[in-house]
Design a protein around this ligand. Structure first.
Ligand code: SF4
Ligand code: SF4
Length: 98
């Protein structure tokens, strides 16, 4: 088995030229599943908005209205945390069709 390279010997894999540019990168391209919103089951608890690691839950006037799919990576945390109405979730993950 060949000896593994040290991390400093590896080729550079990315280049972030300045801070505050995350919004320019549409990381939603990586998604293999997407959250689908069912407003009839939503109690507007905002758990999904609090837990989303990519700030991809869209609020309008303090209410959830959907997802920013340019940045949602499809992790499913929002669906996992969603209590829904009478235990029926308002977010369901569905396979991404590209
Ligand atoms: S699937 Fe993940 S990234 Fe997308 S909206 Fe839900 S919590 Fe955010
Ligand atoms: S977590 Fe579920 S019930 Fe709560 S605001 Fe989000 S979609 Fe609505």
């Amino acid at each position: 088995m060949s000896e593994l390279k040290k991390y400093k010997e590896l080729a550079l894999g990315g280049n972030i030229e300045k801070s505050g540019t995350a919004v320019d990168f549409k990381t939603g391209d990586w998604r293999s599943s997407r959250p689908v919103y069912h407003p009839e089951n939503c109690i507007q608890c905002l758990f999904c908005w609090v837990y989303c690691p990519d700030s991809a839950v869209i609020l309008k006037d303090g209410q959830v209205t959907g997802f920013n799919l340019d940045h949602c990576k499809g992790c499913g945390i929002c669906a996992h945390e969603c209590p829904g109405k009478k235990k029926v979730k308002a977010i369901v993950m569905e396979e991404e069709v590209k």
